[in-house]
Design a protein around this ligand. Sequence first.
Ligand code: ADP
Length: 334
Amino acid sequence: MTLALTDVTVRYGDTAAVDDVSLELEPGQVLAVLGPSGCGKSTLLRAVAGLEPLSAGAIAWDGADLAGVPTHKRGFALMFQDGQLFGHLSVARNVAYALRIRRTPSARVAARVRELLALVGLRGYGDRLPGTLSGGERQRVALARALAVEPRLILLDEPLSALDATLRERLAGDLRSILHDAGTTALLVTHDHEEAFALADRLAVMRAGRVVQAGAIDEVWREPVDEDTALFLGYARVLREDAAARVLSAAGLPPAYAVALRRSALVVDPAGAVRATVESARVTPEQVRLVVVADGIGEVDAVAPLGSRLSPGDAVALHVDVTRLAVLPITAEG
Ligand code: ADP
């Protein structure tokens, strides 16, 4: 085991920003802590970094308690949203910064910087100043700098959130393969499920200071513990009771109290068992997105193949795609 958090609590006055959190992270794994703004994820990250004292619980590395170990002795690297590069230093100097502080010989520094810039896809960028780079390039430099000292753990605070959507998607794929190629163990915090899915192997969903669910990404995705978690993971709607039973029976599944649907869980199909009336239709590059009112279900989202000519008021039949829904367990509220 590498990193282990046991019953970690961080209080600010009377409120617990992090409340009794236990998590484990194996070597080479990327764990994303996913939660809405204010849920305590940055506080958790800072606690792991040693920048926030614990009110209770323990953080250990390979079984050794980190309580008395200051930030710079933990062997962890931090990378923030905006990269925080030194604007007056070249890319190469930024990447080399921590190596120089450690008095690494210059030939070794130069070789390591070349290697790292190649790793992050920025070969030949060494002499550029950060101000002349795009947002994505700056984040890559920040990553190279964080990896320079071969940290045993890298802590990432929403590393892609400052980037625009296209760039974010591209860099997410790159970042994932860079972390895997370098064999880096990483703890990522984010409010963006896309960022979590793009980068991590494992997911811990956090709400109001607590971890409400943790597991492999596909497991958590397939079986969210409750409605809030499902919606936060990107499911479009949660249906309950009769509406849920109707969708599940059309999908050939046993009834349950609630079901979470992705926007594409209901698909227009003349052979489908669910009858509905189109409320609105919007063409996207991949498909036609519909909002429909379905018999016995009510208003839901649905999709139709591109080229379908559907207008409000049209009657359609829908089939339920079982891979795009999650059956939710009965919750306390339920
Ligand atoms: P997140 O990163 O999920 O947005 P934070 O960890 O930043 O959440 O904050 C969790 C909670 O703790 C919030 O209610 C926030 O207002 C509070 N908080 C964070 N830092 C401090 C601080 N230094 N002093 C007091 N309260 C804080």
